[in-house]
Design a protein around this ligand. Structure first.
Ligand SMILES: Nc1ncnc2c1ncn2[C@@H]1O[C@H](COP(=O)(O)OP(=O)(O)OP(=O)(O)O)[C@@H](O)[C@H]1O
Ligand SMILES: [Mg+2]
Length: 245
């Protein structure tokens, strides 16, 4: 379980996360939605102790992430798939992570097979496509077989087979009782994957509700329509009114 309470993060004058409170429960896939710049990635970084909150807190299974022993066994995270040593092979990247987290090396082979990268495991990461890097990031998140997963836009760059694979995987992990928080801008895919939604705009909570109820509430026929309605006032990139009107 992930608990976010009154979480706030400012960067200079920018309020990236604004008194955000929500709980991510186990046993279901929770979609984390919001327009560009809404604060999703910052919230995830705060959950992982990569940023220090200005106020409030985020707890994972009752503790701040920093106080979690053997973090990769407790929480699997994919934030930025390009965050790998480009000169290393996929195999050595994962082996380094496994060794430094006291995870058996046999897991490396298992996760490489799981994400379909076993054939290119020895190639340097600099030769990887976006989708291959994304698969490697997902492999790293699963290395410690964690009960809690935080994935920031994991679908980006995946091919159709990869998208289907990830959807099936996330649903299966949730069904096993794990806690799964996944952000995405792909509404049609999210509609197929998530059971529950946390929607934010300008750092604030806009909705924390089941998928079906979210769509019904805004009298929409699709997740996309409901999302556009609820975030209409919270997008940073609205067109400016023309002068003289
Ligand atoms: N390190 C930083 N320094 C300054 N401002 C930052 C920093 N990180 C994020 N921000 C700002 O915080 C706000 C939230 O950004 P964040 O990346 O969390 O949004 P997001 O919801 O993940 O957006 P996207 O959908 O585009 O990934 C933005 O205004 C962004 O410019
Ligand atoms: Mg982001």
């Amino acid at each position: 379980m992930i608990e976010v309470r009154e979480l706030t993060k400012t960067f200079g004058k920018t309020i990236a996360v604004d008194r955000l409170s929500f709980t991510v429960r186990p046993g279901r896939v929770t979609g984390f939605l919001g327009p560009n710049g809404a604060g999703k990635s910052t919230t995830m970084r705060l959950m992982l102790g990569l940023e220090r909150p200005t106020a409030g807190h985020a707890l994972i299974d009752g503790r701040p992430y920093r106080e979690t022993g053997e973090p990769l066994r407790r929480v699997g995270a994919l934030l930025d798939a390009s965050y790998v040593h480009r000169g290393r092979s996929a195999y050595h990247h994962l082996l380094w992570l496994a060794r430094s987290n006291r995870i058996p090396s046999a897991r490396v082979k298992a996760v490489l097979e799981m994400v379909g990268l076993e054939g290119v495991a020895r190639a340097r990461c600099r030769t990887f496509s976006l989708g291959m890097l994304q698969r490697l990031g997902i492999a790293a998140a699963f290395l410690g077989d964690p009960p809690v997963l935080l994935l920031d836009e994991p679908v980006n760059g995946l091919d159709p087979e990869g998208v289907l694979w990830l959807r099936t995987l996330l649903k299966g992990l949730a069904a096993e009782g794990r806690t799964v928080l996944v952000s995405s801008h792909l509404m049609s895919e999210m509609a197929l994957t998530a059971d529950h939604l946390v929607v934010i705009g300008r750092g604030r909570l806009l909705a924390d509700v089941g998928m079906a109820e979210f769509i019904e509430r805004s009298r929409a026929t699709s997740l996309e329509e409901a999302f556009l309605r609820i975030t209409a006032d919270a997008t940073e990139h609205r067109a400016q009114p023309e002068p003289g009107r």
